[in-house]
Design a protein. Sequence first.
Length: 443
Amino acid sequence: MTEIVIKSASLILTMDDAARELVGVDIRVRDGVIAEIGAGLTGGEAIDAAGCLVTPGLVNTHHHLYQSLTRAVPQAQDAPLFGWLQTLYPIWARFGPEEIHISALTGLAELALSGCTLTSDHLYLYPNGARLDDTIAAAAEIGMRFHPTRGAMSIGESDGGLPPDSLVEREAHILNDCIRVIDAFHDPAEGAMCRVGIAPCSPFSVSRDLMRDAAILARDKGVMLHTHLAENDEDIAYSLEKFGCRPGQYAEDLGWTGDDVWHAHCVKLDRQEIDLFAKTRTGIAHCPCSNCRLGSGIAPIRAMRDAAVKIGLGVDGSASNDSGNLVAEARMAMLLQRVQSGAEAMSAREALWIATRGGAEVLGRHDCGQIATGKRADIAIWDMSGVEAAGNLDMGAALLAGPTRVRDLLVEGRRIVADGQITSIDLAGTLARQRSLAAALMA
Ligand SMILES: [Zn+2]
């Protein structure tokens, strides 16, 4: 039995059903679970949280960890989505298992240091023998709760698609490999550290048949579905031209709505599509920095929240964000809604709710995303005594202008960040390897 007591937190934002905010109390963590919340708790290993804000671990609902090796590529810096992809595909085609593994470790470390305890990943290319297994191994090494999705592309350039033929796979093979990784790694149990999803890259990189078959397979296996949808105007135009309908209709026709589905971006959903997502409990991964970086637009998150659409945050891949900092993403989510709809459009607390509880709900994790007795012990401790938060009268709001690096991070009760440093892997060694792999790729 392992036991930790987080002592004397200055403020705890629980994100529980009553949205309780607790001052000066302790949290007892036992065997990966929050066992008790109250004053004067003793026993176990103590973590002093005086002067700290404590939140649930942040939840990232959309990423492409492999892109952590291809940040700020000069030729792709100022291109919109489709041109950006066409610049990067040839570089990604040179990846192999080690590039996938090291980029995942790098991206996961970056996320953990920004307070993230649970992340999804969308891996949709498997060049030169790379497998989803390479990312799952990385998450296990660092100790993060992980929802990898088996992505795919099947329509290459010679069939009128965007990716080069060397990066696409046969659809029969894709479905067989989905079955393989689900059977090998998916854990449906409460407290699971790994849950696998199925995630064709986007409606413009796979066939209608694969979208439909993926939905049938996911329901048969009891796993979730994920893809990119309605990201920008080009995306809508493509859907209207190729499919004769908007993306929401396309998704609905192929079984891609429901409580077990979440779509990334959805910047361009119209009123009808927002209502469809609300009615079907379909989730959204909102990626505000990526949407800004690629000039895609501002997703109508205020309208979606008002309609009770499930929304979580995503940093998206580091090729389209340049950063993978989740607490910074929460700040951007808040700011963008205010740019669009005024200063009352989103509070810091609402942005933090989306970044924690909202993401957990999108990923179907009712055991995560809140600090409450019986929930998993995924907890972020933020030092608010530094210069970034100096002078604040409200730690809950100051976090979105304050530290962008967590002080301590517990995942399933295990402290994987302590005093601002990753404890579970050799980060310096990982970064050295990452640099040499990246240099070889660009040579
Ligand atoms: Zn993406």
